[in-house]
Design a protein around this ligand. Sequence first.
Ligand SMILES: *[C@@H]1O[C@H](CO)[C@@H](O)[C@H](O)[C@H]1NC(C)=O
Length: 410
Amino acid sequence: MAHLRPKHNTIPLLVIKALVHYFLFTLKTTIASYDDQTLNVIDFGVKPGGEIDSSRAFLDAWESACNTITPSTIYVPQGRFLIGKVVFKGSHEYCKSNGITMKIDGALVAPSNYDDIGNDGNWLLFDDVNGVSIIGGVLDGQGNGLWACKRFGKRNCPMGATNLGFTNSNNIVINGVTSLNSEMYHIVIDRSKNVKVEGVRVSASGNSPNTDGIHVQLSSFVTIIASNIATGDDCISIGPGTTNLWIQNIACGPGHGISVGSLGKELEEAGVENVTVKTVTFTGTENGVRIKSWGRPSNGFARNIIFQHLTMINVQNPIVIDQNYCPNEKGCPGQNSGVKISNVMYQDIHGTSATEVAVRFNCSPRNPCNEITLEDVKLTFQTNKQAQASCIHAQGITSGFVQPSACFSS
Ligand SMILES: *[C@@H]1O[C@H](CO)[C@@H](O)[C@H](O)[C@H]1NC(C)=O
């Protein structure tokens, strides 16, 4: 192999040497800056064991991260940490940083007495932040006591608190987080933009009240992917003012399914637009995909919505539009819904319905649903019985194989 030996090998050697030097230097500075910016909450006085309230110490760590413009990691090691209601505040006034990662290896635990946080609406709330990531960890809302209070119809049960909330925030990542037994909603994205929720696990009892898994409202460019949601209310609920939402690869059940709404509660209401729900398995849920609005005047709307590649396993109501939404049938407005529902596509949806009516479009006489498309839908009642579709004021088309066959008015 003598012919391969270069005659003047000093130049390539120098280049390699320089590259190695540069690489080591970059590596060193990267590690150094990483070290410099990691804030271990233990150093701020957070106490493991789950007995001593560490709210103040968590806030101190947050404030320290906020005091510098360089990105920081707030690190929560293994262990259980008791923390009360905390608002992590951003905005330039409170926080210089646009890059704070909260890396959690342990579990944050809410107070077990529901009176402590149950009236506050939120347990852990991020308000007006930019560039915050929550990576890993368990958020244990300890909601069982409050659910029991509500279930037994006791008076003076507080509303409950959401485990993890983001409001008025941008460029948010929630990755690998487990949310357990929230008193109320598990995760809420409100008035926010560019939010990526990935690899999240939500777990609460199938009969826990109002424990929606992930609720999005007044927000745009939110993605929710590769997550597993088992809870007592909607797995994902999509409130007014949600635009450009992407949901993909979700396992839902137990729970009430994925819902757009409820809409039309207010006369003046922001609409829902550009929602994709793709590759979801619903197991034993109350609904599959549902759009719901109250029967009262409103300028709200829901349009450009795609439900695609869905598997229904023993779902009570796989496909639903309900414009007379009124849970518990108490104080129902009983008017025609003003919410306009249009351009809704159901594509490649198959599996089993636990009830005979697998497809139900109950639209507003005032604003019939229009441009509904059913394409490649195959739903049976239980394993092999014929399912039915029911349409009221619904206009649309079908394409491909559709069973139960549609009942649109033209
Ligand atoms: C919805 O998507 C359409 C088509 O991509 C786009 O033109 C429109 O601006 C989007 N709506 C909103 C509110 O972003």
